[in-house]
Design a protein around this ligand. Structure first.
Ligand code: HIF
Length: 288
């Protein structure tokens, strides 16, 4: 008895979690016909990215490791508006799997979203250790959708990404939509916002984008139907020649997009995390 008790208290919590089981439990939470376009996948992906995208490679601060996104003031930064919806949806799984860290739970939810909505397999490792509110990252580390290519580069270079990786990541804007009560922007990027596709690139290139006529923030709509949108920051991927070269490639070649996205997204989820040496690398199978 003494021995097993001691064993348990010295085994790190991250080793006591059935991650394939958590994957399945997250996947079971995706569908809800009464929410948005019928899936929590897009907002789970956005949560995983905002938890990770605060990383600064020079000061080695931010990132998903401490999962400070769940604490105020970081949870209340403008860029994170609406993400409480995803956190609330995932909370029962923290109760069911108490040994998982929030950082691991939220990043794994991003992996589940990509894979279950039809995207590539994303390699993932556990071992993030949650931190307290005093360690929240400062406001202003996530991108401002009203700005262009220089700003997008500043933000993603700070994380340690290059142009090709940035152009591969932005394809995730095939998923989900903008909400006026979250960011102020409105609408989906394409007609299938719950399927992981290369449609961000094809829509961006194939449509004529015109400023939306409304009193909301400056955004673009497709001239033909007016049903789809682009943020000013999205348009930078069409106008900037170096970004555009990748956009043209990913529009032509969905396999190339999937492969490059999987690598860049896995890297994003690991920024600033010191994994235990024996943390296994998972490639989860999608559910049928
Ligand atoms: Fe987004 N993004 N993102 N984004 N994002 C929004 C929504 C989603 C930017 C701004 C916004 C990435 C980069 C950038 C997703 C995933 C990723 C919204 C709307 C804004 C304003 C939020 C709302 O109103 O609900 C900017 C400026 C980025 C830099 C170019 C990443 C690459 C594309 C890193 C990424 O993975 C997803 C998914 C959504 C949809 C969320 C939803 O609830 O449907």
């Amino acid at each position: 008895y003494m021995y097993s008790k001691q064993q348990d208290s010295t085994t790190p919590s991250w080793k006591k979690v059935d991650y394939a089981g958590v994957y399945k439990d997250i996947a079971a939470l995706l569908e809800d016909e009464n929410y948005d376009d019928g899936s929590y996948g897009p907002v789970f992906l956005r949560l995983a990215w905002h938890a990770s995208g605060t990383y600064d490679c020079k000061s080695h601060t931010g990132g998903s490791s401490g999962c400070t996104i769940r604490h105020a003031p970081e949870s209340e930064h403008d860029a994170n508006a609406g993400l409480e919806v995803a956190r609330r949806r995932l909370e029962p799984l923290k109760k069911k799997h108490p040994n998982i860290s929030y950082g691991d739970l939220y990043t794994l939810a991003g992996v589940v979203a990509v894979q279950e909505l039809g995207g590539p397999t994303v390699k993932w490792r556990p071992g993030r250790v949650d931190k307290q509110a005093v360690e929240c990252t400062p406001d202003g580390r996530l991108p401002d959708a009203a700005q262009g290519a220089d700003h997008v580069r500043d933000i993603f270079y700070r994380m340690g990404f290059g142009d090709q990786e940035i152009a591969a990541l932005v394809g995730a804007h095939a998923l989900g939509r903008c909400h006026t009560d979250r960011s102020g922007y409105d609408g989906p990027w394409n007609a299938s916002p719950t399927a992981f596709t290369n449609f961000f690139y094809t829509e961006l290139l194939d449509n004529t984008w015109v400023p939306k006529k409304w009193t909301g923030p400056m955004q673009f709509v497709d001239k033909q139907s007016g049903a789809f949108m682009m943020l000013p920051a999205d348009m930078a991927f069409k106008t900037d020649p170096r970004f555009r070269a990748y956009v043209e490639r990913y529009a032509r070649d969905q396999d190339a997009f999937f492969a490059d996205f999987a690598n860049a997204f896995a890297k994003l989820l690991e920024l600033g995390v010191s994994f235990p040496e024996d943390a296994p690398l998972y490639r989860f199978k999608t559910l049928d």
